[in-house]
Write a protein that binds this ligand. Structure first.
Ligand SMILES: Nc1ncnc2c1ncn2[C@@H]1O[C@H](COP(=O)(O)OP(=O)(O)O)[C@@H](O)[C@H]1O
Ligand SMILES: [Mg+2]
Length: 332
C-alpha cells in the first residue's frame, strides 16, 4: 500500500504550554480525498502547517510520499500545493495576473507559462473572468482561483485548510466538482480540513476526527456512521393501542436497544435496521397489528461527531482559548 501521507506520534507544543497536537497517528492512501474533521482549536491548521513544512513538530514524524517533512522539506515542497484558510490572492489585479505572479514564484519555465496558466484557469472554470479584477469575483470564484494557483505546479498532494468556509452550498459544490475532476484526472491526493460534517460526508473517501490534538476516530464516512450502531425503525400503525405485552416482546428480541411508542408511531432502536426489520414485523403481525408505513433513520456524521468530539469540546476549552481562536480566524 502506497501512502501519500504518514504521520507518526506527532506532537506540537506552542509557547511551552499549549499541546496543539498530542500524538497524532494517520496514514492516508495515495489518490484519496481525505477530510480532517474537528472543532475549532482541535489542531487542524497546526497539523496542516507541519505537513506543509511551515512549522516544526516537537516530536514524532511525518512523511509525504516517504519524504520526511522536516529533513526533506525542500523536496516535500516540490510535490505539494497548499491553499491556506486566509485569502492568498491579490484583489486589485486580475485572476490571470495572480496566476502569473505565482507561476514566477514557482519558477515555471517561461515558454510554457501562458499555456499552463490558461489550463489552470480553464480547469477551475475561470477562463471567462480571467481578465477581471479579483475584487469583482464571488467568494467561490476566489477560492477556485486560489486552488488554480496552488495547482500550477501539478502537485501530488493538495492541502486545503477549510476550503469552503463562508461559501454557500452551491459555491461549495462548484469548488468540489472541480476538485473531484482533478482527482480523477491526475490521481492527486487531497487533504482538507473542515468543521462542516456534511462536506466531509459528501466529498471525502476517508475521515479522521480530531479533538484537542488527538485522533479520536478514523474511517470512511460509511464506517464512521456504522460505528454509531444505532438505527431507528419507525412504524406507522393502524390501531393505536399497542400494549405493554407487544412492547415487551419487541424488547425481548435481543438486538433491540430501545422502544418508544407515541400515538400511532412506534420507534424501534436497533444496530442494523435491515436485519432487524423482518423479526420486528413478525411480532407485530402475530399480534394482528396492521402496519401502514415503515421508514428507517440512519445516523448522520453529525451523530458521529457529537459522539466522539462534541461532548468533549463543549465541556472544556476556556473562554480565553475560544476568543484566541476566533481572533486568529478573523485575522485569517
Ligand atoms: N501560534 C500559536 N500560538 C499559540 N497557540 C496556538 C497557535 N496556533 C494555534 N494555537 C493553539 O493550538 C490549538 C490548535 O489550534 P489550530 O491548529 O489553529 O486548530 P484548528 O485549526 O483546528 O482550529 C488551539 O488551542 C490554539 O489556541
Ligand atoms: Mg484552523
Amino acid at each position: 500500500m502506497a501512502f501519500a501521507i504518514e504521520i507518526k506520534q506527532l506532537v506540537k507544543i506552542y509557547d511551552n504550554r499549549v499541546r496543539a497536537l498530542d500524538g497524532i497517528d494517520l496514514e492516508i492512501k495515495a489518490g484519496d480525498i481525505f477530510a480532517l474533521l474537528g472543532p475549532n482549536g482541535a489542531g487542524k491548521t497546526t497539523l496542516m502547517r507541519i505537513l506543509t513544512t511551515q512549522l516544526k513538530p516537537a516530536s514524532g514524524e511525518a512523511y509525504i510520499f516517504g519524504m520526511d517533512v522536516v529533513k526533506k522539506d525542500s523536496q516535500v515542497r516540490k510535490v505539494i500545493g497548499y491553499v491556506p484558510q486566509e485569502m492568498s490572492v491579490w484583489t486589485d489585479i486580475t485572476g490571470f495576473e495572480n496566476l502569473l505572479i505565482y507561476a514566477k514564484i514557482y519558477g515555471l519555465p517561461q515558454k510554457s507559462m501562458k499555456k499552463v496558466i490558461s489550463e489552470a484557469l480553464e480547469s477551475m472554470g475561470l477562463s471567462a473572468v480571467s481578465n477581471n479584477l479579483v475584487k469583482t469575483y464571488s467568494g467561490g470564484m476566489i477560492r477556485r482561483l486560489e486552488i488554480a494557483c496552488a495547482m500550477l505546479i501539478k502537485p501530488r498532494v493538495l492541502f486545503l485548510d477549510e476550503p469552503t468556509i463562508g461559501l454557500d452550498p452551491s459555491a461549495r459544490k462548484a469548488v468540489w466538482e472541480k476538485l473531484s475532476a482533478f482527482k480523477k484526472e491526475y490521481g492527486i491526493t487531497i487533504f482538507f480540513s473542515t468543521h462542516n460534517m456534511e462536506e466531509a460526508d459528501l466529498y471525502s473517501d476517508e475521515i479522521a476526527i480530531i479533538d484537542r490534538g488527538r485522533t479520536v476516530k478514523f474511517g470512511t464516512p460509511l464506517e464512521l456512521k456504522r460505528s454509531i450502531r444505532r438505527e431507528v425503525i419507525r412504524f406507522g400503525l393502524k390501531n393505536h393501542d399497542i400494549g405493554e405485552e407487544v412492547l415487551g416482546r419487541i424488547r425481548g428480541l435481543g438486538f433491540v436497544s430501545g422502544v418508544a411508542v407515541s400515538n400511532s408511531v412506534l420507534d424501534v432502536i436497533v444496530e442494523d435496521a435491515e436485519t432487524a426489520l423482518p423479526d420486528v414485523m413478525e411480532v407485530l403481525r402475530n399480534k394482528g397489528i396492521s402496519i401502514l408505513r415503515v421508514s428507517t433513520t440512519r445516523p448522520t456524521l453529525d451523530d458521529v461527531f457529537l459522539k466522539y468530539a462534541g461532548a468533549i469540546s463543549t465541556a472544556t476549552g476556556s473562554i480565553k482559548e475560544i476568543r484566541q481562536t476566533r481572533e486568529r480566524e478573523r485575522k485569517g
